[in-house]
Design a protein around this ligand. Structure first.
Ligand SMILES: [Zn+2]
Length: 272
């Protein structure tokens, strides 16, 4: 399988890298999979009996902004200080080596692809980004860069400061699609989506390789994207790298391992 994956990568003319939460775990980011995984990462929420879906809810910003920002401010600090793992650089090496076009489609809101040096113009963040803010109301369609600093009381998971909307002074929130979210502004993601569509049109007729990394079945957006792309043409190969849920139908390739481990194995075969 690694040999077949390496062959496809060597011959690729376009890479579409689709990434889910498993991509971040290898950089040391917490795994929110299952309530126990989430509570292990965030004991204060275990005490309150709040699941990830309940913590990642826009209601907190309305009812108790310092609690809402406790979770997102903490994660923002975490993502800012995280160093993207070697797997990101392996992908960049393949892109340089083949001279192929590339685009990233990620459900992660952590900005790790940008941090690893991928161009913002080649990234689609389907659930938005923690590094951008919007008004909670929202009073307008503005989405602006998150330049706030966060001081978090990690016992209570509360932020000591509350970012505000510069236009109306109301509470601001991350431009992330949360659970039960009716006020997320999709403008930034819509622009990225349009650029992605333009990329696909431009790459029409070329040999595509879709590399899917750590995308689970719980929130199936990324898997569905990979599978849809894999059905477009006979020449498209999807390489699904996933430690628990790697299944994909032939002729696509299933690699049951972690993102970094899978990329390293393939890279050994790809060579310099
Ligand atoms: Zn506002």
């Amino acid at each position: 399988m690694f040999q077949a994956a390496a062959d496809a990568i060597r011959q690729a003319q376009a890479f579409i890298i689709t990434a889910g939460a498993g991509m971040g775990v290898d950089s040391g980011l917490p795994d929110f999979r299952g309530t126990s995984g989430f509570w292990q990462a965030y004991p204060p929420y275990a005490k309150r009996g709040l699941s990830f879906a309940e913590a990642a809810n826009p209601l907190h910003f309305q009812r108790d902004p310092s609690f809402g920002w406790g979770f997102y401010g903490h994660r923002c600090n975490l993502y800012r200080s995280t160093i993207p793992h070697e797997g990101f650089h392996i992908l960049q090496h393949w892109i340089r080596r083949t001279g192929a076009g590339h685009f990233i489609v990620t459900s992660n809101v952590d900005g790790q692809f940008q941090k690893a040096g991928f161009d913002e113009a080649n990234i689609l963040e389907v659930h938005g980004s923690i590094h951008h803010l919007q008004c909670l109301e929202p009073c307008c369609d503005s989405i602006w860069p998150n330049d706030e600093t966060f001081d978090i009381d990690t016992q209570a998971m509360r932020s000591r400061s509350i970012p505000r909307c510069p236009r109306c002074g109301s509470v601001s929130r991350p431009n992330i699609l949360m659970f039960g979210d009716w006020s997320w502004l999709s403008g930034r993601t819509d622009c990225q989506q349009a650029r992605f569509q333009g990329f696909l049109d431009m790459m029409q007729g070329k040999r595509w390789v879709v590399i899917e990394l750590g995308a689970g079945t719980t929130i199936p957006t990324i898997r569905a994207t990979s599978e849809r792309l894999g059905q477009r043409l006979d020449s498209v190969r999807v390489i699904r790298i996933n430690p628990r849920e790697a299944d994909i139908r032939h002729p696509h390739l299933s690699l049951p391992c972690n993102a970094l481990e899978g990329l390293r194995h393939i890279d050994r075969v790809v060579g310099d």
